[in-house]
Design a protein around this ligand. Structure first.
Ligand code: NI
Length: 466
């Protein structure tokens, strides 16, 4: 009997413990369920993940990332996704990561998602442009959904479509002479961009010429050249393909395709050397204005310095102003440094007095050799109609020389510092007009194709100075 009660007691005890255990479990379960139901973040998180998938699988993203694989990452609260394919060069992968890191940095402690992918676009049969797009979405805690925070489409590079190799400066510019032409436009554009160009003209003229190693950024419409921010106040200067199209070796956009426009008309260029003179140039300008004719003035730096208003008038009247040295020495007798000084000082005077940076140079006495042309770094303009006006000093004889040697595309040499030369101009204009010639500036006559290290005698005759 005793043992019976013992069994009962044991059962009671076990039941008791079982009951206690059941109650305890129930309490924990109730607490747990209560906690889950009362804490929305759990549901929120599930929802968040679903919404992230919605973004990644949305039609617009799928459309742009077809055939790319997705790589995931996390940066603080930011989940980021990079879409990438092995057909792209490795550095593109790095750039994708970089652009995404910039956006995650901005979004830093906010719950967000950013996606980066590559877009390619063909520019022509040879060349494509590549963009990296990053889209950012911010999580709206209260609405439990994402809102688009921003989209950045950044130009990455130009590349040859078939090889995927980036277009570089040496693909666009063929040789040193074209590089020097680019250098001149680059200098002019630094001056245009600067708010106080007079302050930096000396630095600009004395800067090292561009080389194929210079750091540049090739974009679909321009070459961006990096410059010293401390010196100029900006970090790059653009040279558009439109500005250098005659010197380009590669067709990138439409503007570079109009390389060989044909002139169907007879053209000549009147050129006047050694001025400006306060005794004779003003009279010449009057004649040209009256006849509505443009000419090219190869001026001396020292004369621009002493006759700044006439130099200004030349430019205001639409004529071309060009460099003819500072003091008219024979350049073949000078050192490279002396040549640079003659050129820079004249460029500086012309720029300060007229706001123009000359594009062409005529050597005193037409005297050049290879060393001179390399030191000058500007296209050399000679002539094919020598009026010998400076020795003849006779208007009729000057006209006679023009008549005897003029042809389509000629460059006529005159000097605006002699009265007889200036007096001969109305009769020269009259004669040439009757022969159906039109008057253009030298750079127009040459369709802006003139290159440093080369000399030009007329529209058709030129050579490299060797
Ligand atoms: Ni001269």
């Amino acid at each position: 009997m005793k043992s019976f009660f013992k069994v009962i007691e044991n059962i009671k005890l076990e039941l008791f413990f079982l009951l206690i255990g059941l109650i305890f479990s129930l309490i924990i379960l109730i607490i747990a369920v209560n906690l889950e139901l009362s804490n929305p973040t759990v549901w929120n998180q599930v929802n968040y993940k679903l919404k992230v998938n919605d973004i990644i699988n949305s039609d617009s993203i799928k459309h742009n990332t077809a055939n790319m694989k997705m790589e995931k990452g996390k940066n603080n609260q930011n989940n980021y996704y990079i879409f990438y394919s092995d057909i792209y060069p490795k550095e593109v992968r790095v750039q994708l990561e970089k652009q995404n890191q910039i956006s995650s940095h901005i979004l830093r402690d906010r719950k967000s998602v950013s996606l980066s992918y590559i877009e390619d676009q063909e520019l022509n049969s040879e060349i494509s442009q590549r963009f990296i797009t990053t889209i950012e979405y911010l999580w709206q805690e209260d609405k439990e959904e994402f809102s688009k925070a921003g989209e950045v489409k950044q130009f990455y590079n130009l590349f040859f479509t078939s090889s995927q190799i980036s277009v570089e400066l040496k693909d666009i510019i063929q040789d040193e002479s074209q590089l020097m032409a680019l250098h001149r436009t680059f200098q002019a554009n630094i001056l245009k961009k600067h708010s106080n160009p007079e302050e930096i003209i000396k630095d600009v003229l004395e800067m090292d010429p561009l080389s194929f190693q210079t750091k540049v950024n090739i974009t679909p419409d321009s070459i961006k050249v990096m410059v010293d921010r401390k010196k100029f106040g900006f970090s790059y200067v653009s040279v558009t393909y439109k500005e250098i199209s005659p010197h380009m070796n590669l067709i990138i956009n439409k503007e570079t395709q109009e390389l060989n426009k044909k002139h169907n008309r007879k053209e000549v260029a009147l050129t006047f050397d050694d001025g400006p003179s306060d005794a004779t140039t003003i009279e010449l300008l009057k004649t040209l204005r009256k006849e509505k004719i443009v000419a090219t003035f190869f001026v001396l730096g020292e004369n621009v310095e002493s006759n700044p208003n006439i130099a200004k008038r030349i430019v205001l009247d639409g004529h071309e102003i060009a460099n003819h040295s500072y003091s008219h020495p024979d350049f073949t007798t000078l050192s490279t440094d002396e040549i640079r000084e003659e050129i820079n000082e004249t460029d500086k005077q012309i720029f300060l007095k007229t706001g123009r940076l000359p594009e062409i140079f005529r050597p005193p006495y037409g005297s050049v050799n290879k060393e001179v042309s390399r030191a000058v770094r500007l296209p050399i303009i000679q002539w094919d109609v020598d009026t010998e006006d400076w020795s003849l000093k006779n208007s009729e004889k000057i006209l006679k020389n023009v008549i005897e040697s003029i042809k389509d595309g000629s460059i006529i040499l005159l000097h605006d510092i002699h009265k007889e030369s200036v007096d001969s101009v109305p009769s020269i204009i009259d004669y040439l007009r009757k022969q159906d010639y039109e008057f253009v500036t030298v750079t127009d006559l040459l369709s802006n194709k003139q290159k440093p290290y080369h000399q030009y005698f007329n529209q058709y005759e030129m050579n490299e100075i060797k």
